[in-house]
Write a protein that binds this ligand. Structure first.
Ligand code: PLP
Length: 300
């Protein structure tokens, strides 16, 4: 059932009567319901399932602590704006994240926030939260092989065609998943998207960080790529350690000569790159392990 616009909830509540998106008086308890994940919950009319028309966030949870919740909520609000969805009710999302985190067992989990445009011709968006145990990323955290893949857009496309929603974390991830399958077909673990004019963008589910000496860079989060919450957190940590960080245009040709590079994301965390298109890259195992130790510590 639909809920207060942009507020998370389960499949029942309010006796089925949706609240208007402008209703300021809707209490979290009235909009939120815990549902059985094995039982039917979504309507077949859901535009998230029919068209991938919605947005999401994946938040890492370590021993019950949801990491960087505010950065994720900020990005959710940004994605909503780009997609002309109502502004998320952040106070209610915070409560929903806390409710989900309280159900997470010790170890690593993932909380997903989903805001769908709702039921076709329906009055409001649909929102829900899931909590599941994370996969074991021990191997990826030791090193991954990546290939570069053309995203098919030049660097000017995001500004020229904002309806491509390139800076929003939308539910339309079929292309991102296809890129990972293509990477597997090429004998690699993951991919780095390049613009058609040869500029480094991001991974299908991660940000790229490149090291040269004591300087770490990542592509600027313009309209073309997501601003990674993990990259933000890693940069703050590196600056604290005295390293230099910068957002800059990274030509694809610069990857092969980097001292090191990582794909970073909220749940897999920092995956050091062993090779790019078959060319080996140095991995400082101790440095990467320390980065992941930091990323596994409670962060707000
Ligand atoms: N870029 C894309 C396309 C992503 O899907 C993700 C996360 O899934 C990221 C970057 C990294 O974002 P975060 O560090 O917030 O997980």
């Amino acid at each position: 059932a639909p809920h207060d616009a942009g507020a998370p909830g389960g499949a029942s509540g309010r006796g089925g009567a949706p609240a208007a998106s402008t209703d300021p008086g809707t209490e979290f308890a009235e909009t939120f319901a815990v549902v059985d994940p094995g039982a039917p919950a979504l309507s077949v009319g859901e535009l998230s399932t029919q068209r991938g028309d919605g947005i999401f966030e994946s938040i890492g949870v370590v021993d019950g602590h949801a990491q960087e919740v505010e950065a994720h909520l900020e990005r959710l609000a940004h994605s909503a704006q780009l997609c002309d969805l109502p502004a998320p009710n952040l106070a209610q999302w915070r409560e929903a994240v806390a409710a989900a985190a309280s159900q997470c067992p010790a170890g690593e989990c993932v909380i997903k926030l989903i805001l769908s445009r709702g039921i076709e011709h329906g009055p409001t968006p649909t929102a829900w939260v899931t909590a599941t145990e994370a996969a074991d990323f021990t191997r990826a955290r030791a090193g991954i092989r990546v290939v570069t893949l053309d995203r098919g857009f030049d660097s000017g496309a995001p500004a020229r065609a904002p309806w491509l929603l390139l800076g929003a974390k939308t539910l339309s991830y079929a292309v991102n998943m296809a890129a990972i399958r293509e990477a597997h077909r090429r004998g690699a673990d993951d991919a780095i998207f390049l613009s058609s004019d040869g500029v480094v963008l991001e991974g299908p589910t991660s940000s790229v960080i490149v090291r040269r000496g004591d300087r770490f860079t990542t592509p600027a989060p313009g309209a073309g790529i997501l601003h990674g919450t993990t990259q933000l957190s890693v940069f703050a940590h590196l600056e604290h350690l005295g390293f230099e960080t910068a957002y800059e245009t990274i030509p694809a040709t610069a990857l092969a000569t980097a001292d090191a590079a990582w794909l970073v994301s909220s749940v897999r965390l920092a995956a050091p790159i062993l090779s790019i298109d078959g060319h080996p890259l140095a991995v400082d195992a101790a440095f990467s392990a320390a980065l992941n130790e930091y990323l596994l510590s409670p962060r707000d």
